[in-house]
Structures are given as C-alpha cells and as structure tokens.
Design a protein around this ligand. Structure first.
Ligand code: SF4
Ligand code: SF4
Length: 164
C-alpha cells in the first residue's frame, strides 16, 4: 500500500513542476484560432437582401424577409436560429457584402430555448432604411424634373439659333 501511495505522490510531484496547461476560466481565456466561428453578427446597413446566405445554409438557420419600397428591397427580418447552426461559415462565405460575420464569442448558452434565436433586425432600423430610400427617390425625381425643365427651356433657344 505504501508503495502505491509513494508512486502516486511521485506522479503528483512530477506534474506539479511541469508547465500548467489549464487556465482559470472565465477569468483567464485561451486565445482562439483565427477561423473560430462563434456568435454571429449581422450588419444591417451592408445587407442587400440577396438571399445568398439563406440559400447557402444547409440547416435553414436564417430567415430573411423583405419589403419593396420604391423598387428597392428593405430587410424587415433577419432571424438567426443558433440552435440549428453548424457553425460551418458557409453563409459568411456566400455573402458578397460581409453583412454576416462570426465573432469569437463562444458563450452561447441560454436558459430558455426561445432566447437562443437572434432577431437581428429592429423596427427602427427598418423605418430608417425606408425613409432613406424614400428621400433618395424623391431627390432623384426632383433632379430628373429639374433636368427635364432645363432641357425644355433650352429648346426654343436652340430652335431660334437653327432658324437664323
Ligand atoms: S454557419 Fe452554416 S449552419 Fe450556421 S447559419 Fe451559416 S451556413 Fe447555416
Ligand atoms: S448574403 Fe449577405 S447581403 Fe445577401 S442577404 Fe445574406 S447577409 Fe444580406
């Protein structure tokens, strides 16, 4: 018995002087690899509602809804159901605008299942976007009207020059 005890203590002593491989999580954290996929981040203003991420996802994690305002698409919903995500990054790879990215935040546990789903789009963002589109359309229409008026005003002058 004493022999076994000494052997055990010997192993303990040997490991006591070796470099430590554990860290005191959560106070200490190990660096994560560059390509680590953690919590997703969505950049509303970059998204062009092309649906590429939705089509690339093998698990139907992303729900995208849009509305058309002045012939432009406005994203009204971008829900990300993390519980079904494989963290494969195919959506990020497919996105032409870098609108969906993965952070290094891996603490994704929640007490309640509905809280796992992330609803990225807020109503005020949608309203702001709609306003921006309407303003841009109004400005474009005003510029076109002014140009047409200018051309109209130049016509008699041109006609007069041709006649002389
Ligand atoms: S990481 Fe993969 S599974 Fe998760 S949403 Fe993107 S494409 Fe879908
Ligand atoms: S692929 Fe990118 S730009 Fe296209 S809908 Fe998805 S997040 Fe938006």
């Amino acid at each position: 018995m004493a022999k076994g005890l000494i052997k055990g203590l010997g192993i303990t002593l040997k490991h006591f002087f070796k470099p430590k491989v554990t860290v005191q999580y959560p106070e200490q954290r190990l660096p994560l690899p560059d390509r680590f996929y953690g919590k997703p981040e969505f950049y509303y203003d970059k998204c062009i509602a092309c649906n590429m991420c939705v089509n690339a996802c093998p698990n139907r994690v992303i729900k995208l809804e849009t509305e058309t305002v002045d012939k432009k698409k406005v994203v009204t919903k971008y829900d990300f159901d993390q519980q079904y995500c494989l963290f494969c990054g195919l959506c990020e790879e497919a996105c032409p605008k870098d609108a969906i990215k993965f952070s290094k935040d891996f603490e994704l546990t929640r007490y309640n299942r509905p809280d796992i789903k992330i609803e990225f789009v807020q109503p005020d963002q949608v309203e702001r976007k709609k306003e921006e589109i309407k303003k841009a359309a109004a400005a474009k229409a005003a510029a076109e009207a002014a140009k047409a008026k200018e051309q109209e005003e130049q016509k008699p002058a041109d006609a007069g020059e041709e006649g002389s």
